[in-house]
Design a protein around this ligand. Structure first.
Ligand SMILES: [Zn+2]
Length: 321
């Protein structure tokens, strides 16, 4: 499959998966005879073969790819980078914030663990928080080998015919690429048609707390204001219109925030007690995700001035205003 418009062509590489993401998507984008790979799937044979087949079906080879642009650092977007570059050395561009994460820079990774330690303590997470922090500490050493070998070049040194938009929220380093003439937006995980993209708790480079759900909402709004004709998403189907989808996502956030406000009205005061009540068993089985969701929606309620928080013995307690 290919999509052509005014001398620009997109060759989607769609790798179906049997979990909720439906598919891992990455894209070959051709303009002015330059072939760019946008994202690089997972590091597995399915993604490698899908890339090879898409190249072949369109009479390209790996050697025709001139460069790689990454939308964010998540494993399902950067998987094949080292394998491609080891066979065919080409520049790889990403947001400067992606670099310490992809290279697993020790100082940053340690700041990141400290960030979660504090975050979970202040959210009253108890044993579940400590378990997660222990897991992250073990992963520091275990995953050192998984650092990306390829050098990453910050975007500002790239020659792009795509406009780079910072769209933090799902990840602090997330960007989308917009091509004004065609209205194409390579969205990363900013918008996914069939599921809401998670705004994940992550520190900034210095290790400070961010407001990922608020950032995610601003990012969705910014993308929608471009009125893209097509969003090439990191997962699931290609998105043809953003405005209904963004509206739907905003409504979902509002609904979840309302439910949390009700629980706060019933007397639950900490992020962890709210998370256990809202998510029940998923509190333990999907702990980091669940805490990101709860903290994000508490940030939202706070920004709307519907709740306030105060710290008692190192734990944040929330109450309605
Ligand atoms: Zn992602």
């Amino acid at each position: 499959m290919k999509i052509e418009k005014r001398n620009h062509t997109v060759y989607p590489i769609i790798v179906p998966v049997n979990y909720n993401l439906k598919s891992i998507n990455f894209y070959l984008y051709q303009s002015d005879n330059t072939l760019t790979l946008i994202d690089a799937g997972l590091n597995n044979e399915e993604c490698w073969n899908a890339l090879a087949e898409t190249l072949k079906a369109n009479e390209f080879s790996l050697q025709d790819i001139a460069q790689i642009y990454l939308t964010h650092h998540h494993v399902d977007h950067v998987g094949l980078v080292d394998r491609i570059v080891s066979e065919h050395p080409i520049p790889v561009y990403a947001h400067p914030f992606s670099i310490p994460r992809l290279k697993r820079e020790r100082d940053f990774m340690e700041r990141r663990v400290k960030f979660f330690e504090t975050l979970y303590k202040e959210a009253d997470c108890g044993e579940a928080g400590q378990t997660q922090v222990r897991y992250l500490k073990n992963a520091l050493q275990k995953n050192e080998k998984k650092a990306m070998q390829t050098d990453i070049i910050p975007f500002d040194q790239a020659q792009l015919d795509l406009e780079i938009m910072e769209v933090p929220g799902h990840a602090p380093d997330q960007v989308s690429f917009f091509h004004e003439e065609t209205g194409w937006l390579f969205g990363g995980d900013l918008l996914i048609q069939h599921i809401s993209s998670n705004a994940l708790a992550e520190p900034d480079f210095e290790g400070r707390r961010q407001y990922p759900l608020l950032q995610h909402m601003d990012s969705m709004k910014a993308a929608d204001s471009l009125q893209p004709t097509t969003v090439y998403s990191g997962h699931g189907e290609v998105i043809q219109s953003t405005s209904n989808l963004v509206q739907k996502r905003f409504q979902e956030i509002e609904d979840k925030a309302d439910k949390l406000a009700n629980l706060i009205a019933e007397g639950l005061t900490t992020a962890a007690t709210l998370a256990k009540s809202y998510y029940e068993k998923r509190y333990d089985s999907q702990f980091p995700l669940v805490m990101s969701e709860i903290l994000g929606h508490l940030d939202y309620l706070e920004a709307k001035e519907r709740i306030e928080k105060e710290q008692k013995s190192g734990v944040w307690h929330y109450h309605l205003t």
